[in-house]
Design a protein around this ligand. Structure first.
Ligand code: NAP
Length: 273
C-alpha cells in the first residue's frame, strides 16, 4: 500500500523528474517514488524500457507516469526533456539526476568520444537541468534535487579516473548548493552509492579483476540504494552513503592525507586492474 507524500514538495506541487530511469538505480528510484504516491516523469534513451516500467508502476501503484525518451548527453537534450516534462503546465517539484555512464581502464587507452560523452552526461546534463529548474524552485520556495554521485567521489580512482572526477564534481556541486540554498525551501542531496548490482556493474567487472573478485555481500542492491536515497532526500540530508562498509570507506578517505588515499587507490588498481 502506497504511503502518500506529505511534504510541501509532494504530488500537489509538481512532478518528480528522474533521469536514467530505464534501468538500475533509476528504475528503483522510480518504484520508490511511485510507492510514495508521486507523479513521475521518467527519462532515458530507451523508450520501450521506460514504457514497460510506466505500465508496471500504473498497475502496481496507480501512478501517473509520463515518459520522455531523450539522449541527455546531446546538446539540447536537457532543454528538450524539460520542455516535454513541463508541456502540461505542471512544474518539476523534484529533480533526480541519476543518469550516468562509466569508463573503465587506463585513461591513455580511452576512447576520447566516450570520455567526453561521459562528461556531457554525468556533468553537463545534470548541471544544466539544475540550472534551468532551480530559479523556479527558489521562486516557489520549495523543491528538492537528488544528485546521484558515487563513493568514488571521495577519492581519485585510477582506471576510472574521469568517472570518479565527474562524481567528485557532482558531490562538490551538491554541497556548495546546499549552503547557497539555506533558507530558500529548496533542498539538495548527493547520494553516493558504492558498487551496486545494476547493468553498470557488468561493465565495471569486465574492466576490473578486483571488482570481479569482490564478495557479492559487498555489493548493494539498487532497491536498498533507492530507498536510502528517497529517505535522505525527504529528510533534507546533504550527503548519503548507503551501507556501512561504504560509509567507512568514505570516512577513511576524508580523514586520510590525499597522497595516502591516492597511493592506496593506485596500488589497488595496479594489483587488481
Ligand atoms: N552501479 C554502481 O555500482 C554505481 C555506483 C555508484 C554510483 N552509481 C551511479 O548511479 C547512477 C545509476 O547507475 P546504474 O548503475 O543504475 O547504471 P545503469 O544500470 O547503467 O543505468 C544507467 C541509466 O542511465 C541512462 N542513460 C545512460 N546514458 C544516457 C543518456 N545519454 N541519456 C539519457 N539517459 C541515459 C540509461 O538508460 P538508456 O540506456 O535507456 O538511456 C539507464 O537508465 C549513475 O549516475 C551511476 O554513476 C552507480
Amino acid at each position: 500500500m502506497a504511503t502518500r507524500a506529505k511534504s510541501k514538495d509532494d504530488k500537489n506541487t509538481g512532478r518528480v523528474l528522474i533521469t536514467g530511469a530505464s534501468a538500475g538505480i533509476g528504475a528503483e528510484l522510480a518504484r520508490e517514488f511511485a510507492r510514495h504516491g508521486h507523479r513521475l516523469t521518467l527519462v532515458a534513451r530507451r523508450r520501450e524500457a521506460l514504457a514497460a516500467l510506466a505500465a508496471e508502476l500504473k498497475k502496481d501503484h496507480q501512478a501517473d507516469v509520463q515518459i520522455v525518451a531523450q539522449d541527455l548527453a546531446k546538446p539540447g537534450g536537457p532543454a528538450a526533456v524539460l520542455k516535454a516534462a513541463q508541456a502540461g503546465g505542471e512544474p518539476v517539484a523534484i529533480l533526480v539526476n541519476n543518469a550516468g555512464v562509466i569508463d573503465v581502464g587506463p585513461f591513455a587507452d580511452a576512447d576520447t568520444a566516450k570520455i567526453t560523452g561521459l562528461i556531457d552526461l554525468n556533468v553537463r546534463a545534470s548541471t544544466e537541468l539544475i540550472s534551468r529548474l532551480l530559479p523556479g524552485m527558489v521562486e516557489r520556495g520549495a523543491g528538492r534535487i537528488l544528485n546521484v554521485s558515487s563513493l568514488s567521489a571521495f577519492q581519485p580512482v585510477p582506471t576510472m579516473a574521469a568517472y570518479a572526477a565527474s562524481k567528485a564534481y557532482v558531490l562538490s556541486l551538491t554541497e556548495a548548493l546546499s549552503e547557497e540554498l539555506r533558507g530558500t525551501g529548496v533542498k539538495v542531496t548527493a547520494l553516493c552509492p558504492g558498487f551496486t548490482e545494476t547493468p553498470m556493474i557488468g561493465e565495471i567487472q569486465a574492466g576490473s579483476a578486483a571488482v570481479r573478485g569482490m564478495p557479492k555481500q559487498l555489493l548493494s542492491t539498487p532497491r536498498d540504494v533507492a530507498a536510502l536515497g528517497y529517505r535522505a532526500l525527504m529528510a533534507g540530508q546533504v550527503v548519503a552513503v548507503p551501507g556501512l562498509p561504504n560509509q567507512i570507506t568514505a570516512a577513511w578517505a576524508q580523514v586520510t592525507p590525499r597522497w595516502v588515499t591516492r597511493y592506496v587507490a593506485g596500488f589497488a588498481a595496479r594489483r587488481g586492474g
